[in-house]
Design a protein around this ligand. Structure first.
Ligand code: ADP
Ligand code: ZN
Length: 761
C-alpha cells in the first residue's frame, strides 16, 4: 500500500493559515517544495500556488481537493527562501501569501481562472548568423566560394563572415549578430536570405540579457590604508566568531573599499554576496564603482525594473551552475531565490527606508537580511557613519562585533560646521528672505571660487500650507484631514498623502477675500528666493516633484556632477550617495522641523540627517563648510552634530530610551485601525481596546488619534503595544493576532482594516 501524500501550498492571498491538497500519484515526482502547482479554490477558481511542505498528515477537511497540475519541473523558490518567508510572515504578522506576492515577480504569478497558465515572462533574443553544416572545413568553404564567383554580393558576404569568425574549428564556428553584420555593410538581408536558401548559412535566435553587463575593464583593487587594513582584519576576525559586524566609519573613511575587499573574498570562494542599499535609484555612482571592480558579476535588482527585467534577474539568481554573483539592490533584493550566500552587507543600516510600510509584508530589510544570513550560514555586515541606536546598542553590549574607522581617506578633514541662529540674525537685520547673512556670504564665496553648494530642506513644494489673510481659513484635502501644499511650478494646491491637486483658488473659498497667503517654505520657494539673490547662478532643485519623470533624477544629477549647476536645492535626496569633489558648501535651511518632530527617534534622525548632509561637503581636496540655520542653537543634538560626536548622541538617546521604555529596551507594535465611517471606527476602537487590554493591560497605549486622522477617505486611529525585553515577543504577537482575528469576525466589521506594524520606524 502506498501512503497518500499531501502538499501545503502558499496562495497569493492575504489569508492566514495553510491550504492542503492531495498530490495525485502521477504528479508525485513533480510536486516538490518551492515549485508551482495549479490548485482549485472555492467553486470555480484555480490558482498557481507554491508548494510549501510535503507530508503524509491527512487534513481533517470534509473534502480534500487535489493538485490539478504541476507548473514547474524544478523549484522556483529555494529552501532558504521558504524559511525566510516563514520568519517574515510570523515576525511581521502577515500571511505567507503576502510575502509570496512581494517576492515573486508577477511574470511568475497568476491568479488565473483557467488551466492554461503560462509565464508571461518572455526571453529577449537577437538573430545570429553562422555557417551551416555544409561548410564544415576550409575545403568546403572554398568550394562554396567558388560556386559564388558570379554572385558578387553573396561572395563578399561569405568571405567577410569567414574573416570575422576566422573559424579554427569549423565544428564550433561562433556567430555574429545578423543586424550588426548588415549594418556594418557586409551584406544586405536579401543576400543573406539567398545564402541561407543555398544552404551555406544558418541563422538562429540567441538570448540576450536585459541587464546587459558593461564591458568595462576591471580596475585593480586599491591597497587599503593602515587603519582600513586593520578594520578589514577585525571584521574578518568577528566573522570567524560568527558575529554580525557593525562597521562604524565616518563618511569618506573607506567603508565601501572595505566592502569591496570582503566582496572579492566571498566571490573568490564561490559564494554570492547580497549588498543592500536604502534606495537603489540614488546610487548610480556606487554601481559604476562596483562594475569597475567586478564587471559582469554585478547583478542589480530594482523593484522599479520592468517585470521582465525582474523576472530575468530572479531566474539568474535561481540558476544552479553559474558564476557567483554580487547582487546589489534595495530591500526587495532580499527576497530573491538566494541559496549560496557567503556575505550579506547592509549599507547605511540606520536608514528608515529599509522598513516597508505599504503594503504588507511590513518588513525591515536590515533585520530580515540578518535573518537571511543566519539561514544561509553567511557572514553579515552592517555599515553606517551614524548607526541606529539599536544596532549600536547591540555592538556595545557585545552581541555584534564593533569596528570603527575615524579618519577620512586621504587626510581630508571633516567639514567645518557653523551653527547660525535664525532669531538672532533676524533681530540684527542680518537675514534676507530665508537666509542668514553668513550663509549668503558663504554662497557668494563659493560661487566666486567656481565651487558648488548644496542646500537642504526636508520639505518639498513651495509652501506647506496656505491661509486666508482675512478669515484664517486653511484649504485642506477633501479626502485626507491635512492641509494642502502650495506648488508654484504647477500653480496648484496638492495633498502629499493622496496626490489630490486643485488649481489655486483666486479667492478664499470660505470668505471670498482675495488674500490667500503662503505659509512656511519648501524647496520650491528656496529655489525661487535664491534665484532672486543670485540671478547669475544656475540653480536646480532635486526632490520628488522634479524627479517624477523617468530621466528626471539622472538629468539633474549629471548636470550637477558636470559642474553645469552651481547650487542644488533639495530634500533628503541630496543626502544619499552623493560624492562630488567640487561641493564645498552645504546649507541646512531649517533644522527645527526635524528636531521638533513628535517621535522618540526625532533626535537620532536629525543627527543622522544633518551628519549625512554635512558629509557631502569637501569630499576631496578642500575642507568643506557646513552652515546650519536653526532657532535652537543650544539644542543638545545641534551641539553633537557640531562636534560630530556620535558617542554623545548615543549616550543621551539610550538613556532616554531606557527611562521612557523605548527600543532597544522594548519591542513595539503599532496597530492602525481604518474605516470609511467614523462611527464604525469608534466602535471598533472601543472593542479593540477592551480585547487587547484584557491581554496586555498597561502595555497597550492609546487610542491615539494621529495628526492626520483621515487619509484617502478612511478615518484612522492608532494603538501602540510595548513589550519589554525579557518577555516573549512571539507569544505577544500570537495573542494579538488572535484578538484581531476574532474582532474582525464580529458583525459590522467586514470592511474594517487593522494593520499591525512590527518595529515601526
Ligand atoms: P565611505 O564608504 O566610508 O564613505 P569610500 O569607500 O567611498 O568611503 O571612500 C571615500 C573615497 O576615498 C572614495 O572616493 C574612495 O575611492 C577613496 N578611497 C578610500 N580608501 C581608499 C584606498 N585605500 N585607496 C584609494 N582610494 C581610496
Ligand atoms: Zn489627500
Amino acid at each position: 500500500m502506498t501512503t497518500e501524500k499531501f502538499a501545503d501550498v502558499i496562495l497569493p492571498l492575504a489569508v492566514e493559515g495553510s491550504f492542503t491538497y492531495r498530490i495525485p500519484e502521477e504528479l508525485a515526482g513533480e510536486v516538490v517544495p518551492g515549485s508551482r502547482v495549479i490548485v482549485p479554490l472555492g467553486r470555480r477558481k484555480y490558482y498557481a500556488a507554491i508548494v510549501h511542505r510535503i507530508h503524509t498528515e491527512k487534513p481533517d477537511y470534509k473534502t480534500i481537493k487535489s493538485v490539478v497540475s504541476a507548473v514547474d519541473t524544478r523549484p522556483i523558490v529555494t529552501e532558504h527562501q521558504l524559511k525566510l518567508w516563514d520568519w517574515i510572515a510570523s515576525y511581521y504578522m502577515c500571511s505567507m501569501g503576502e510575502v509570496m506576492k512581494s517576492a515573486i515577480p508577477s511574470a511568475f504569478k497568476s491568479d488565473g481562472y483557467s488551466e492554461n497558465i503560462t509565464d508571461s515572462y518572455t526571453v529577449k533574443t537577437r538573430t545570429h548568423l553562422t555557417f551551416s553544416a555544409a561548410i564544415s572545413s576550409e575545403k568546403t568553404l572554398h568550394e562554396a566560394l567558388d560556386s559564388l564567383k558570379r554572385a558578387k554580393a553573396q561572395y563578399k558576404a561569405l568571405i567577410d563572415l569567414a574573416e570575422l569568425l576566422s573559424p579554427v574549428d569549423f565544428g564550433a564556428p561562433g556567430s555574429v549578430t545578423k543586424s550588426d553584420f548588415v549594418q556594418a555593410g557586409h551584406a544586405s538581408y536579401p543576400v543573406l536570405k539567398a545564402l541561407e536558401a543555398k544552404g551555406f548559412l544558418r541563422s538562429f535566435e540567441k538570448e540576450v540579457s536585459r541587464n546587459e553587463a558593461m564591458e568595462a575593464p576591471i580596475d585593480p583593487m586599491p591597497v587599503l590604508t593602515g587603519p582600513q587594513e586593520e578594520a578589514f582584519r577585525s571584521v574578518r576576525t568577528h566573522f570567524g566568531m560568527r558575529k554580525t559586524v557593525l562597521l562604524h566609519g565616518v563618511t569618506g573613511s573607506g567603508k565601501t573599499e572595505i566592502y569591496i575587499h570582503l566582496i572579492r573574498e566571498a566571490l573568490d570562494t564561490g559564494k554570492d554576496v547580497l549588498y543592500l542599499l536604502p534606495e537603489i535609484a540614488l546610487t548610480t555612482q556606487l554601481i559604476e564603482r562596483l562594475r569597475l571592480r567586478f564587471g559582469d558579476r554585478v547583478a542589480v535588482y530594482h523593484s522599479r525594473f520592468s517585470d521582465n527585467m525582474r523576472a530575468e534577474c530572479y531566474l539568474q539568481v535561481l540558476e544552479e551552475d553559474r558564476e557567483p554573483l554580487l547582487i546589489v539592490g534595495a530591500r526587495s533584493a532580499l527576497l530573491l531565490p538566494h541559496r549560496r550566500l557567503g556575505l550579506v552587507l547592509v549599507d547605511e543600516e540606520h536608514e528608515n527606508s529599509y522598513k516597508q510600510y505599504e503594503p504588507a509584508p511590513r518588513y525591515h530589510a536590515r533585520d530580515s537580511a540578518l535573518m537571511l544570513a543566519r539561514i544561509s550560514g553567511a557572514a553579515s555586515l552592517l555599515g553606517s557613519a551614524t548607526p541606529s541606536v539599536e544596532s549600536y546598542f547591540n555592538a556595545v553590549t557585545g552581541k555584534y562585533g564593533l569596528v570603527t574607522l575615524t579618519e577620512r581617506y586621504g587626510g581630508v578633514s571633516l567639514p567645518n560646521i557653523l551653527v547660525s541662529d535664525i532669531i538672532r540674525s533676524a533681530r540684527r537685520g542680518e537675514r534676507t528672505s530665508l537666509f542668514n547673512r553668513v550663509l549668503l556670504e558663504e554662497l557668494d564665496k563659493t560661487l566666486a571660487a567656481g565651487k558648488q553648494a548644496i542646500l537642504f530642506q526636508n520639505r518639498r513644494g513651495f509652501a506647506p500650507y496656505t491661509e486666508c489673510g482675512a478669515c484664517y481659513f486653511v484649504p485642506t484635502c477633501p479626502h485626507c484631514n491635512v492641509s494642502l501644499t502650495y506648488h508654484k511650478a504647477t500653480e496648484s494646491l496638492t495633498c502629499h498623502y493622496c496626490g489630490y491637486a486643485v488649481p489655486v483658488p483666486p479667492v478664499c473659498p470660505a470668505c471670498g477675500a482675495a488674500d490667500l497667503q503662503t505659509k512656511g517654505f519648501g524647496t520650491e520657494k528656496i529655489e525661487e528666493e535664491l534665484q532672486k539673490i543670485f540671478p547669475q547662478a544656475v540653480i536646480a532643485r532635486l526632490d520628488l516633484d522634479s524627479t517624477r519623470s523617468a530621466k528626471g533624477y539622472s538629468r539633474i544629477v549629471s548636470a550637477f556632477a558636470a559642474g553645469k549647476t552651481d547650487i542644488l536645492v533639495g530634500t533628503q535626496m541630496v543626502t544619499k550617495g552623493f560624492d562630488f569633489e567640487n561641493v564645498t558648501l552645504v546649507g541646512i535651511l531649517n533644522a527645527d522641523n526635524m528636531l521638533n518632530f513628535p517621535d522618540f527617534r526625532a533626535s537620532e534622525r536629525s543627527f543622522q540627517l544633518m551628519m549625512q548632509v554635512a558629509g557631502r561637503a569637501g569630499r576631496r581636496n578642500d575642507r568643506g563648510q557646513v552652515i546650519i540655520q536653526t532657532t535652537q542653537p543650544d539644542h543638545p543634538v545641534i551641539l553633537q552634530v557640531r562636534e560630530g560626536n556620535y558617542e554623545a548622541l548615543f549616550r543621551t538617546q539610550i538613556a532616554e530610551r531606557q527611562q521612557f521604555l523605548y527600543p532597544p529596551y522594548c519591542r513595539l507594535v503599532r496597530f492602525t485601525l481604518k474605516h470609511a465611517k467614523k462611527e464604525v471606527l469608534n466602535r471598533a476602537v472601543t472593542d479593540f481596546d477592551r480585547a487587547m487590554r484584557k491581554i496586555f493591560g498597561k502595555r497597550l497605549l492609546g487610542p491615539e488619534i494621529p495628526a492626520v486622522d483621515k487619509i484617502r477617505n478612511e478615518y484612522l486611529c492608532g494603538f501602540l503595544l510595548k513589550i519589554e525585553r525579557g518577555k516573549s515577543f512571539a507569544e505577544a504577537r500570537r495573542l494579538a493576532s488572535e484578538a484581531i482575528r476574532s474582532l474582525l469576525k464580529k458583525e459590522g466589521y467586514a470592511s474594517l482594516t487593522i494593520i499591525p506594524d512590527v518595529d515601526p520606524q
